[in-house]
Design a binder for this molecule. Structure first.
Ligand SMILES: Cc1ncc(COP(=O)(O)O)c(C=O)c1O
Length: 288
């Protein structure tokens, strides 16, 4: 198994020597991306790299490589690990600025560290058809959720709580307003209209979300980006969540309350098909 370290591939075993004073460990001072691979091809890689550079810029971190170079490294990693279906994880931290200090401006010696690895985990296709349960969780994260930052503790705790309660996904809310999932974007459907939280500082503008927005615009599905409440969520005809790792999954039950008729709804299925079409277009025939 190969992993990416700076701008080269090294053996997984060699990667255990990465610096213990890296600011990624000390402060979560870095950003990341997860990119899906189907058929050995990346899906929406360009969009993921754009977001990686945007996230880095927002935390004043310089990425010492061009997008073109990172693209080539991602392809090399996929090839070296013979990844046909799964994900590529990319992370960039502000590196080691020993001795540990909060202000990153104080250090002269700073080299941002790019690392990456692959995971051969396929999408859970049974869940795509059957739908999953979710649970509502207060959104206690910071106010820069548009940055795909390494600081994921609140998301991890939310996910753990969801699992403890027999649910697959936690759905965050700030008071009455539903923001997004613990690692996904959330959509509701009411009277054939699809609604999702606007892409502002309170959510991550998911790449899957962006694919769906474009597909809905292209096919005439009514979609509105606006805030919606917990009440609207629970009374929706359909609810689904989207992410790179899960694509788009129907939510059939939230905190014991059945959504719609308790099945993955027709618009959710239609949108799933649109995502499949885009995957097929970019990566070859995956979904028939
Ligand atoms: C908090 C959060 N929102 C949304 C998403 C969905 O983003 P994407 O579709 O780019 O995977 C993720 C994915 O990890 C996430 O962690």
């Amino acid at each position: 198994m190969k992993v990416l370290y700076k701008n080269q591939l090294i053996d997984r075993e060699q990667a255990q020597v990465i610096d213990i004073e890296d600011r990624g460990y000390q402060f979560g001072d870095g950003v990341y991306e997860v990119i899906r691979v189907y058929n050995g091809h990346t899906f929406t890689l360009k969009e993921h790299l754009t977001r990686l550079f945007e996230s880095a810029k927002k935390i004043k971190l310089t990425i010492p490589y061009k997008k073109k170079e990172i693209t080539a490294l991602v392809f090399q990693l996929i090839q070296a690990n013979q990844l046909t279906e799964g994900t590529v994880y990319l992370q960039i931290t502000r590196g080691n600025q020993s001795p540990r200090q909060h202000d990153f401006h104080l250090s002269q010696q700073s080299e941002s560290i790019l690392t990456g690895s692959t995971n051969p985990k396929a999408v859970n296709r049974a869940q795509l058809q059957q739908g999953v349960k979710a649970t509502l969780i207060p959104d206690t994260r910071w106010l820069h959720c548009d940055i795909k930052s390494l600081n994921l503790l609140v998301n991890l705790l939310a996910n753990a709580q969801a699992h403890e309660q027999g649910a697959t996904e936690g759905i965050f809310h700030r008071d009455e307003i539903v923001t997004e999932g613990s690692h996904s974007n959330v959509f509701i459907v009411k009277n054939k209209q699809v609604i999702t939280h606007p892409a502002n500082h309170l959510i991550l503008n998911g790449i899957t979300r962006q694919v769906i927005l474009a597909q809905c615009a292209a096919t005439g599905i009514q979609l509105e980006e606006r805030e919606f409440t917990r009440k609207e969520l629970l009374e929706a005809d359909e609810v689904f969540f989207t992410s790179t790792s899960t694509e788009g999954q129907g939510i059939t039950e939230i905190d014991g309350q059945i959504i719609g008729d308790g099945q993955v709804g027709p618009l959710t299925k239609q949108i799933q098909q649109l995502v499949f079409q885009e995957i097929n277009k970019q990566c070859g025939k995956i979904y028939v």
